[in-house]
Write a protein that binds this ligand. Sequence first.
Ligand code: FAD
Length: 318
Amino acid sequence: MSVLVFADSTDGKFKKNAFEVVSYGKKVAEQLDSNVVVLTINANNTEALYTYGADKVFAVSHDALSIFNAKAYASVIKQVSDAQDSTVVILDSSIDTLHLAPLLAVALDAGYASNVVALPTSISPFTVKRKAFSNKAYSHTLISTDKKIIGVAQNSYGVFESPVAGTTESFDAVIADSGVKSEKVERITGKVTIADAEVVVSAGRGLKGPENWGMIEELADVLGAATACSKPVSDLGWRPHGEHVGQTGKPVATNLYIAIGISGAIQHLAGINASKVKVVINTDPEAPFFKAADYGVVGDAFEVVPKLIEKLKAFKQA
Ligand code: FAD
């Protein structure tokens, strides 16, 4: 019996998500009086996972898995789960993982709970707390199947060190033809993506036009942040659709979300309220965003943002 964690990686490198799910898996294994095993696919430096409690890492390396394929990845996870007699499988909540999890649930005949924000509140019956209704509520979900899959919501549990003298073993998985093959992936290079960012600088219609985004990009550069925007901004073609966040756009669960010239409509807040610290800069003190924010600046973005950039640059230099 074991708890299996899939630690995802990009270009061989682990992201924070991987350390978060391993930290989570370690604790679930303790709750179940079981052991934690970790699966990696085409990852380098698997030793990095030992710091978070990964006693045993199974490393799968295969060219056919270099580009994500939901069916193929689900099949590999199932093979390791079967071999390790895993009763619980732990995943992150990236877009890719949200695609593979239902396939894995069918293959394992397992119950799957996504968007889980905390350790199981009970082992028997097995109950987890999840985000619901666009982060406006929590659902306490009971998984009654023998095998269980938990999708941990990004940034909800945290990363905890629990160093062990782990070992890594290669695992020979059978890679079946999934019928779908991505030939190439073109990445937007040199930019932090919203999914990977710890900090997001986001702007709305208050910026008046696309010509004013220079200061938003500069602020994002200084902070090592990703840029984002409200829906009307991408609808107007001021910014690419990939930057639109909210209920109908991308969800953002960062440590810091800075909203500049965004009113804070419910549909926008639905996508960002899982972020830890929210800062708003808006001329209108009655803007709804102030009610959702941790810190607010009532002021003109065209005055506040350049000053903020100047101060941050001076702070970094010092
Ligand atoms: P506005 O509402 O026009 O607000 C601009 C803000 O900028 C104002 O608060 C103003 O005070 C401030 N401002 C003006 N000048 C300055 C200045 N110089 N300095 C600082 N502040 C200034 N929206 C989303 O964002 N994401 C979604 O996913 C989404 N999904 C939707 C789904 C549905 C079904 C519907 C009906 C709507 C959806 N919307 C979504 C739209 C949403 O309702 C709002 O219309 C939108 O979020 C408003 O965008 P905004 O805040 O950029 O613009």
